[in-house]
Each structure stands twice: as C-alpha cells, then as structure tokens.
Ligand binder design. Structure first.
Ligand code: PLP
Length: 397
C-alpha cells in the first residue's frame, strides 16, 4: 500500500479548530435549548459590505460580455497598482513588488518552499498554528520557538543565535498584542546583522490603534532589505469566504543562489507561476471595490464594530477582576485562566456559561494557562456574549 508522508504523523495534535468545533457540536446536540455565545473561531460576523457585493456583480456582468480566462499568477495590474498607490507608495514600493494571493494562509505556507529544508526557522509561541504545521509538513527540523510570555509582554526579542527565517505576527493571534516600533526595530536590526529574512503576518493590521505600533513593517528603517509582509482582505474587509490577500516582496530582499544574491521576488514569481493560476477576476474586482472610497468607509465601520465589541468584552472581564491582555490592537482577548488548565477552563466556559473560546495550548506550548476570546462580534452577538460572561464571578468561585 502507498505510504503516508511521515511528516503528517509528526504533527503532535489535531488542528485546534476542528476540536473546538467538535466540542461545540456535541454540546449543541446534548443541550439544544441552551444558546451558545460563540467567541471561539476568529471568523467575521458581519455581512459583506454593499460596495463589495456591487463590485462582484459588476465583474460577473463584465464576464458575460468579455472573455476573462486565466489571469496573471501574480494578480491583475488594476489591483496591484491600486495597492501600490493606496498603501505602499509611501515606502517607495512599485507594483512589481506586490503579489496578489488567495489569502495569507496559502501564501505564507507556499513562501516557505523558497528556503532549503535545513533552513533554521523561528516561530512565536503561541501563534497562528499554520507556520509551524507547514514547516513540519515540509520536513524542517531546525525550528526554534520564541516564547511570548507575560514577562516579555508577549513580544520576544531576537535570539543570540542565527536563524534563516523568522515568522512574526503583529498583532499576534492569539495574544492580541502588536509589536511596538522599538521591538520591530530590534528585529529588523537583528535580521540585517544575521542576514535573516522576516516573514511578517499582518492579517490584523487594520485593528491596530496604538500610536507606537506600526501597521506595516516598512515603517521601520531597513525593513525593506529583510522583510516580506503578508496581508489579507479577510479580516479588514470580510473576505474570509472570498479569499484575496497580497504579499509585499521587496526587490531589496535577496536569497543566496549559485549566482550570488538574487531578489527573492524572482523566485516567488516562479513559485506562483508553477503552483497557482492566480485569483479569480471577480474576486480581485471585489478587492478593488473594497479599496474604493465607499468600500473603505464601509469596511472601516465593520472593523470599528469589532473593535467596540472587543473593548466591551475586555472591559467587562477586567471589571470582574479577570487578568486579560490584548483587545486593544486586535480583535482577540488573551484571558489568563483563573483556575485549572486551559482545556478545563474551556469546558467550564462551554458547559457552565455556554461560552465558546479557544484554549491557549492550541496555539503553542506557551499558550497553556490562557484562553482566547474572539471580539469578531456584531452589536447583537456582543450583547449576548456580555450576558453570558456576566456570571463569571459567581460561577468561577
Ligand atoms: N494569519 C493569521 C495570524 C490569522 O489569524 C489568520 C486567520 O485567522 C490568517 C492569517 C488567515 O488569513 P487568510 O484568510 O488571508 O488566509
């Protein structure tokens, strides 16, 4: 019989979200009359903005008249140009340094293929599990976890040793903490000194409000020599189900080759040409609509709703004497569990308060002892969440 790639057996636990979904489904089956406040999976809760729906409709009608077959793997120039002008011209980037993707998940996983199997990798702990899982599946063994703890404010400093690639997520999921300008400068300086590459996951940059936390790594001098930034319309414009993202691959970021250092973008283009046929025309038009004046206004309102919900939940927990982090620059609250393990507390929240959260250990070993709440809540679902959490004091004692 054909063998399974043994790397798949090296992933120590099931991916966290299916486990949470399973427990939620079991609860619903056993207690159909108890509604749940779902603060688990960090998916969007608001419907698509009207301007984006119109963008999709118009693009579909265009396709009725004109032929749009395979598009360029790196994305249509209308979207790349808009992104270059709208977001990245301030940092001196051109259209050729912006690549459209099907979202960060695909792009950041595929990007690791540009590095050799024996590359040394740094990954925050806890963080979004995809980077670790992908490197294990690829067969990498030299992985250094960088603990994000209360002591270091959940933002570890660079290590003494060399690493070839470091994944930094700012704001981080699940801690909800964004790296400050100083912390990012430290990483950029370290990457320049060590000739390392930083892979920045900026999925939640739209949620950053702290003045000293950059929304883009390129606010940091020198970052255009060492950092690739992964962005997405998923959380800022409600595209989790539509799938459009973009990756900034600066010309100055190089890889060592047989012919000396060459721009990494050249190889990312080859990767894209080989492994994708691009993102659909309709979805790229939808993304363009999200960047129109109306789209920006409507999606900013959605982000503001999530920010308000997150703050209300965070403040309610603080008022109950709970120890919580995050919530300020991201839609996630990182709640220090008041008793038991994070899975014990998860079960308690589910079975007693009828609240769904995500246990911190699911994001890495240093996540043990914490639980993540998602502030992706509409006004209505936030109200329900607050009602459920209201009983935390009396039941948790
Ligand atoms: N990066 C982080 C840190 C995330 O939390 C998520 C989704 O939750 C993603 C990336 C996925 O982004 P996309 O929908 O663009 O694939």
């Amino acid at each position: 019989m054909t063998h399974l790639n043994p790397q798949y057996e090296k992933l120590s636990q099931n991916y966290i979200f299916p486990l949470v979904q399973q427990k939620m489904a079991d609860f619903k089956r056993q207690s159909p009359d108890n509604p749940l406040a779902n603060m688990g999976i960090g998916d969007i809760q608001l419907p698509l903005a009207p301007s984006i729906v119109r963008g999709i409709e118009e693009a579909a009608r265009e396709m009725e008249k004109n032929l749009y077959g395979y598009g360029p793997a790196e994305g249509y120039s209308f979207l790349r140009e808009r992104l270059a002008v709208f977001e990245y011209s301030a940092y001196g980037f051109s259209t050729g340094e912006i690549f459209v993707s099907e979202g960060i998940n695909n792009a950041i996983a595929a990007f690791s293929e540009l590095f050799p199997l024996d590359a040394s990798v740094g990954i925050l702990d806890p963080t979004y599990p995809v980077y670790y899982a992908n490197n294990i599946l690829a067969g990498r063994e030299n992985i250094m976890l960088l603990p994000c703890t209360e002591e270091n404010g959940f933002c570890p400093s660079p290590p003494e040793n060399h690493l070839d690639i470091v994944y930094l997520t700012t704001p981080n999921n699940p801690t909800g903490i964004a790296f400050s300008k100083d912390a990012l400068q430290e990483w950029v300086d370290w990457a320049i000194e060590h000739q390392s590459i930083l892979l920045i996951d900026a999925a939640y940059k739209a949620f950053i409000t702290s003045e000293n936390c950059p929304k883009s790594i390129y606010e940091i001098p020198g970052a255009d020599r060492v950092a690739v930034e992964f962005c997405s319309f998923s959380k800022s414009a409600g595209f989790t189900g539509l799938r459009v993202g973009y990756t900034i691959v600066p010309k100055k970021v190089s890889l060592q080759t047989k012919n000396g250092p060459l721009p990494i973008g050249k190889y990312w283009q080859i990767q894209q040409d080989t492994k994708t046929n691009g993102v659909s025309y309709v979805m790229q038009k939808a993304a363009l609509a999200a960047l129109s004046d109306e789209g920006l206004r409507e999606t900013a309102e959605q982000v503001a709703t999530y920010q308000k919900s997150t703050k209300m939940i965070y403040n309610a927990l603080k008022a109950k004497g709970q120890i919580c982090y995050g919530g300020m620059d991201s839609p996630y609250i990182w709640w220090k569990v008041p008793f038991g393990s994070d899975w014990d507390f998860f079960d308690f929240l589910l079975n007693t308060l009828h609240v769904v959260a995500v246990p911190g250990a699911g994001f890495g070993r240093s996540g043990e002892g914490f639980i993540r709440l998602s502030g992706f809540q509409s006004e209505e679902s936030c109200k329900i969440a607050l009602e459920h959490l209201e009983k935390i004091e009396e039941t948790a004692r």
